[in-house]
Design a protein around this ligand. Sequence first.
Ligand code: SF4
Ligand code: SF4
Length: 134
Amino acid sequence: MSMTIRADSQANELLQTVEALSGQRLAACYQCGTCAATCPFVAAMDLPPDRLIQQLRFGLPGVLERRAFWVCVGCDSCAERCPRAIAVPRVMEALRLIAIRERGDRLAVAQLPAATLRDLPPIALVASLRRNTG
Ligand code: SF4
Ligand code: SF4
């Protein structure tokens, strides 16, 4: 019982932190699925954006373990079509920030193979560092 209460409390805290960081109010989402239908990268996500938002709102566990918010490239296609004007990329960015704060950097440059560092365009490396490190 106490485990359930603690899990709920942590989940609510996650929702509050995501809303504070993103400036979005997720209760406004009415699950129309337009963001998922619009997203060019949804096939690579383990959960489409509408369902990720639903899991956040319902306080379901495992949100920070998802890959979806790492896959999001912030193209804004979903935000432009959302009928509730929810900036989904900001929600994804907030989840990345929280995940990095809690679990540390997702990318260790020192561990990248020399060949990868040599062949990677510098702009890709910089963009990757910005997304995956604190
Ligand atoms: S398009 Fe907007 S309202 Fe519709 S599911 Fe996505 S975030 Fe929610
Ligand atoms: S901003 Fe992210 S979630 Fe939205 S359409 Fe682009 S890749 Fe998909």
